[in-house]
Design a protein. Sequence first.
Length: 463
Amino acid sequence: MSGTKEGDAESKPIFSWGLILPLLFVTALNPLNSAMLATALAPIGEAYPGQEEIGGWLVASLYLTAAISQPVLGSFADRFGARRVLVWTTVVLGLGAMVGALAQGFATLIISRILIGFGTSSAFPCAVAIIRHRASRAAIEPPAKLLGYLAAASSVAVAAGPPLGGFVTEWIGWRGVFSINLPFAVVALTMIFLTIPPSDTNSRDKKMVDWPGIALFTVAMTSLVFFLMHLTERVDVIALTATLLGTACFVLYETQRLHPFVDFGLLRKNRSLTLTYGNHAAFNFANYCYFYSMPQWAHTTLGHPLATSGFLLMPVALAAFMGSLVPTRGRRGCIAEFAGAISLVASSTALLFVDANTSIIFVLALSFGFGICFGTLNMSNQQRLLDYAPVEQSGSAAGLLRTSAYLGAMLSAPLVGYLMASNGKEFGMAGLAMVMVPVAIVPLLTVIMDLRHGRHTLKTHQS
């Protein structure tokens, strides 16, 4: 798996397992924390009676923090060095674990989730930046297998999160899903210091950090989350106005900056990269519509207990793991990506035919289909990122890719909440399908456009 500089048999491996394993470990912590919380929501609700909204805010706070932090920390990795950013954010993760373990109220729990979300958000953009910069210095393509390992680590974390969270909650209590991050942080810091070389960045301030741009981005994203959180009950005009104004001010300000936080000039010129972000948001929207709706629908319509309804999503993790190991370059990569896009459209369309008489086998097959598209399209979009994003902006570009995924997830939540609450038995899944199918076509169109522009001729590099 390791690559070496060509013609230098004695050179050290560029990508050894000593470097890759810490990157896989820290990358898994963000999805692991998202998945572990699911099993602790009920006991947390019992600990704080009369605060029914606490579960939704605990979920939303981590998603919001990650959506904002990933491109910010990615840009910091580009400017100040990925290792330095990993160290400081891992310290924040440990702090978040301690705050959660000692939390005495709603506000402290939210602060803990924000700190945990921030502390785990640097991993993916930093990993991409490290891989991209090391490959660039060695004058080789970033090994595609490394992207597969990163994606597989996330898939395993998503699958392992619920049972691990259940075990911790059962034996330690719900605070355990927060405090378990303290030993995780200690292990991560040890691995980072022992195996990841110091950052190559010589200057701690090569370019001025765009603090006003980051602040405007934070305002726009936070306002959007408030709007979406209230959407099932009412249209929050204030939050909607703040979202639109914040977004407009953010775009206008960034276009005037010499070194912007988000380079809209690059996105305007580099349409392939822009389409990659749109593709990523679209397929994540469709997939999360299914992830959020199926356990609820199986409980209300098929009569399964919530505990067993969650197991209907297990094939998603298995298939996503398999899909994350497919080729991403050349003709085979394009065939795999095309198959993933077709699987997304077919699986979304199949929801039109789901009703109270649907068998468990059919639901499990559906979950497998969504998992296949999740794994293959996630992998192909990570490869697109490496193909289209400038090397010097690898971290921020990787962070924006994750933000687009969180955006798709956040947009799906109110739609699922509305349809499941109002007419989940009669029309819920069919109503979702009618929204999901047009959105699912977007990745398919992107693949077709790339094929017309010769993407299949790009050489494969799996070493």
